[in-house]
Design a protein around this ligand. Structure first.
Ligand code: ARG
Length: 398
């Protein structure tokens, strides 16, 4: 019987142990590493996977697809989970799962496996995505079932089975990183009253280290997608990388959250998404110029839903697809340029322009050239307030 399994492999302890554990159970493991901008040493990890018993190790560069089909869709939606999370980890799971499924098909494997625990959101995202893409694939989640209950037991298993690992020291945090941002949890952060130590941050400077002078940048969008940084055209991967450096140096992009997981737990997580927060602010600033009031307000509700669907692992679902169509329709006019000021952890849009601007100076001005007919306001207010005349007097505001 074909017992080929494609494993989402990170190169770390858990997934290395999984290679051995599955091999010991008679599976033929293909280690799959998706490059979503985590800057791992893929060549080293490839060797490690093979040494640990994988029959094959595959690295695939998914960065361009990740940015185009996942990150920028969420940006167009203005999706933010619980006011502080730009969904870097959540967005990467469906693209990795899609990669897993493709390799499984190419290799004729009937199984896929991941290294997620049974307490997190990522298991849900991987499995729901895999089963929406190909329900015939069987999913293995060894960490959820195996007998290795603690990290030291895993290290013990690794030693007994000659698995090459980086260090036997307990890692202080659990970290997930990609091009869009970084998620940091566990260790000391499990105390919600404990302020994160400065050295956990990898992409952003602290306020005291950030440059004293403000930095100005300019971002140009085409139909809701950023296409130029400071006047230079560049692809999404490069734009995010360059902007991330500038924003991170200015101390922009941190959040510290207690968030509601899908599995019912509240958890503490620290996020950094320097490029993400600048692009989010810029995109919102441009939308405020070109979208009419009702579309803009409705879109804010959609943003919330979109963030939830992403967080909940419901990327390949009918509602998400329908929302993308709505969002793309709104983005037809979201072209133009935004100027932002980054300073000591803050990011503010200070200028915006667009050929599709709905801002009319002749209507807004309090100076000469006013074309707004103020006499119309009287009748408008009369009818607007008509249903409520005397409502306070009537008590129940009815
Ligand atoms: N809480 C985030 C999410 O569910 C990140 C999960 C992964 N975090 C980590 N530090 N390994 O999307």
């Amino acid at each position: 019987m074909n017992k080929k399994v494609v494993l989402a492999y990170s190169g770390g302890l858990d997934t290395s142990v999984i290679i051995k554990w599955l091999s010991n159970k008679g599976y033929e493991v293909i280690a799959y590493m998706a490059d979503v901008g985590q800057e791992s040493d893929f060549a080293v990890y490839k060797q490690r996977a093979l040494k640990t018993g994988a029959i094959k190790a595959v690295v695939e560069d998914l960065r361009a697809e990740f940015v185009k089909d996942f990150v920028f869709k969420a940006l167009k939606a203005d999706a933010v989970y619980e006011n502080g999370y730009l969904l870097a980890t959540a967005l990467s799971r469906p693209v990795i799962a899609k990669g897993l499924v493709n390799i499984a098909h190419a290799e004729g494997a009937k199984y896929v496996a991941h290294g997620c625990t049974g307490k997190g959101n990522d298991q849900v995202r991987f499995e729901v995505t895999v089963s929406s893409l190909d329900p015939s694939l069987k999913i293995l989640a060894p960490v959820r079932e195996w007998e290795l209950k603690t990290r030291s037991e895993e290290i013990e298993y690794a030693k007994d089975n000659n698995i090459p690992i980086d260090t036997t020291k307990k890692k202080p945090y659990s970290i997930d990183v990609n091009l869009w941002g970084i998620s940091i949890e566990s260790g000391k952060l499990e105390d919600p009253y404990h302020e994160p130590d400065e050295d956990i941050y990898q992409l952003t400077k602290g306020i005291d280290k950030a440059s004293a002078k403000p930095v100005y940048i300019e971002i140009e969008f085409k139909k809701g997608v950023p296409v130029k940084l400071n006047g230079k055209a560049m692809d999404g991967v490069r734009l995010i990388t360059k902007l991330g450096k500038i924003a991170g140096d200015a101390g922009v992009g941190r959040s510290d959250m207690i968030e509601n997981r899908l599995v019912g737990i509240k958890s503490r997580e620290i996020y950094e998404a320097p490029a993400g927060w600048v692009l989010y602010a810029a995109h919102k600033a441009l939308e405020s110029l070109v979208l009419d009031r009702e579309t803009l307000h409705f879109k804010e509700m959609v943003a919330q839903k979109y963030a939830e669907l992403t967080y909940y692992g419901l990327w390949y679902t009918p509602l998400k697809k329908a929302l993308d169509i709505f969002i793309d329709e709104t983005q037809r006019s979201v072209s133009g340029t935004v100027r932002l000021k980054l300073h000591k952890g803050t990011c503010s849009a200070v200028g915006r322009k667009s050929p599709n601007s709905l801002y009319k100076k002749e209507l807004a001005t309090y100076e000469k050239g006013d074309k707004f007919d103020q006499s119309l306001a009287k009748g408008f207010i009369e009818l607007w307030g008509l249903p409520y005349k005397g409502s306070c007097k009537r008590g129940g505001y009815g």
